[in-house]
Structures are given as C-alpha cells and as structure tokens.
Design a protein around this ligand. Sequence first.
Ligand SMILES: [Zn+2]
Length: 313
Amino acid sequence: MDWTLQLNNGEYRNWVAVGHALSLMCDGVRPWLDREMKVFHRQLQATVGAGVQCTCVYTPRGRHNKWHDIIGCRWAAAIQNYHTGDPDKIPWYQSKSNLWDHPDHGPWEIAKLFMSDLGKNGRRIVIDAQSTDATGLISLITWCGYIGVPQNLAIDVMDTRNRRWAHNPNQKLNNEEKEKAFKGIKDLLKIPKLATDCDAEKNLAEIQAFEDADLNTIQQAEVHVLKEFILDVRRNDKTLKSINKKLEKLATTQGRSISESSESFQMLILIFIYQTFLIFCKSLLQKSRTLLLVIFLILSVQHLGNGTLSDSK
Ligand SMILES: [Zn+2]
C-alpha cells in the first residue's frame, strides 16, 4: 500500500481536516480558558469564604459521595453548583482538594472535576490549559456552567471529537460530516464571550481558510493529526506507546522526501492494523466464550427437560 495514496482519498483528507480544525479550536480557546478559570477560582473562593479549606476524609463506605460531605464541605458544594452534568458522575477522585484554595494550582485542580477520566498520568500532567488535551478541554467547556458556552454547541463539538473523529477506525468522513463538524467548531468560536478574544478570532480565521485547503496544506497538518489520533488510541491500549515514539521521530524529520516518509508511514500503519486486529480478536474471543456458555446452558436445559419427561413416562 502506498501511503501517499491515502491523501488522494477525499474522505481521508476530510478526516485530517476535521482533526486539524479541532486542534486549532483548542489552541484558540486555551488562553481564554486560563483567564476564565482564574476568575472562576476567585469567585469560588469568595463564595466559600477566606481561609476555608476542604477537610473531608475519604470514606470508602460513604453512601452518596465517598470523597466529600456535600452538605458540610463548602468547596465541594460550591463546585457542584456549577457542574451541569450528572452530580453522581463528578470525578472527585481526580482532584486534590488540599490544592483547591491555592492561588496558582487551585484553578486547574478544580477544572479537573469538569473533565472526563484523565487517567493516572493525565491527573499529574494537567496544570493549565496548555497541558490539557482536546478531550479534557472540551469536557471542561461542556460541563462547567461558569464558562458559559451554550451546552448544545459544546456537546456537538464533543460528539465530533470523541465519536465521529477519534472513534473512527477507517479515518474517513464524507463531505456532509466534514461540513457539519466545521460548522460546530466555528459556531463555538463565535459565541459572544469570545467575540473580542484575539486568539479565538485568529484561529477561527485559520479554520475558515483550512476548510478548503489544498493537498499540500493537508499534508503539512497530517503528522500532527495522526499523532493526536494515536494518543487517543493509546488511552485504550498502552502497547501502542512504541508507535507514538515513532511518530514523534517522524515529526522531527519532516524535511525528508515523501517517498522516505511514506515507507515509515506504511510501517506505522501496519503496526496499527496489527494492534487493532489483536483488540478485535480479544473481543471476538470474549464473545465466543459467551456464545459457548449460552449454547451449553440451552443444551443443559434441553437435556434436563428430556430427562424429566422420560422420568414422568
Ligand atoms: Zn470536601
């Protein structure tokens, strides 16, 4: 397979374009989110009162919330008030409450409570908007009521990122899907709160220009987009770590000719297909076990039924 042929496929180019637009959108809102979280933190601090800290102790047998006493803990109560999702699904476990009142670490320690599961590494890495990946930023925008992005817009972008783009084994999007994805991303950057934000405005212009990008421009964005994709896959399978390292190497040697790069890409894609095949086999094996168990149970019931009938005769 010649990897360069992939770029001749319009649906693959659409997938690369949407991945790049999502990345530009995140870069465009990062400085704004850093400022917003600082203001939000000051507001929370004023609500709970000066010098008040969370003194909750983890209670494994707690009936409702194992981490915080929502009635007694002013911090947890104030934070929960701004969570627009299911209060039972707030990931209290991924935020250090002893840092909530810290002027520097507090804003993003609290931001983690509006993000989907970050994993052990993610919890350590996230200290500001720059260190937060697209999934984390989009969840924050979606579930933090203080940020003020209309939830339907945020959910639409989250759906594009997580379902249509990341969970897309063929890496292909048709023209209609691409158009819908670009519309959602652009609409999010056009909300009134971002109307005068120069970073959002600059990246919105870049996204608009990229919508009809030529082959050469798409090609320049491809390595970065593939890296984002592999990082996302890695969250589900850590054995893909080696592929990511190879992609990083590849990104540093972008000056090489396409024919040289295509060989490396072919190798990476073969490894990726092999890993996907292994995951598929594991899933098939589990399904087969379940199927065999069901057949065994049906046969056992039939056998017992026949035994009972012959006994009664
Ligand atoms: Zn607490």
